[in-house]
Design a protein around this ligand. Structure first.
Ligand code: FE2
Ligand code: FE2
Length: 191
């Protein structure tokens, strides 16, 4: 896609994280077809995706959005409820519920529980539908809108605040997440 997305440094950071999440979600979509077809997916790989969704997509990325980015928008008059922030927060919540379901689904699948494949595949489809639609709304609606309301000083503050989230998660966890995204992109490319 070649549409222009506005890129101040704070927004560029969130967009770059979206790209990593999209790679993992594309891998998850491929693995869902393998679970559904009976070809199967490695539970160890599914557990690594689970860790990515918890630590990188939720704790790091949604953490930056919820703890800082959305609040900066609210300070500049964007309503905290309704469209767009309230709707996006609702999707983060839905994502967390699906991730919790995914954790249970993986273990049932790994244990060979009857009906586990169907349940796991349904949860994986839920995740692969939710994330791209959510990211699209942020990339093409929220971020362009944020360019209109955020000021220079807000953006500088956001960069510093995002850094604190990166530090809390740690370089090793971030590197692990990015390596998984690259690995899954390779698997998708070969499929
Ligand atoms: Fe979000
Ligand atoms: Fe996001």
């Amino acid at each position: 896609m070649s549409q222009e997305i506005p890129t101040n440094a704070a927004v560029a950071e969130l967009i770059a994280e979206h790209a990593q999440i999209q790679k993992v979600v594309a891998g998850l979509a491929l693995l869902e077809t393998r679970v559904t077809s009976g070809e199967g997916a490695d539970p160890a790989l599914l557990r690594r995706i689970l860790e990515f969704l918890r630590e990188y997509a939720d704790r790091l990325h949604h953490g930056k959005e919820e703890s800082f980015f959305f609040l900066a928008l609210e300070r500049r008059g964007v309503p905290a409820t309704g469209c767009p922030v309230g709707a996006l927060l609702g999707e983060h919540k839905r994502g967390r519920a699906l991730v919790a379901e995914f954790a249970e689904g993986i273990e049932a699948y790994a244990a060979g529980t009857e009906g586990a494949s169907e349940g796991l595949a349904a949860t994986m489809r839920g995740l692969t539908e939710l994330y791209p639609a959510h990211i699209w709304k942020e990339d093409y609606l929220l971020f362009p809108m944020s360019e209109k309301v955020l000021r220079e000083e807000d953006l500088a503050e956001l960069i510093a605040q995002f850094k604190t989230v990166d530090l809390a998660i740690g370089d090793a966890a971030i590197a692990r997440a990015e390596a998984l995204a690259t690995e899954l992109a390779g698997i998708v490319a070969q499929s």
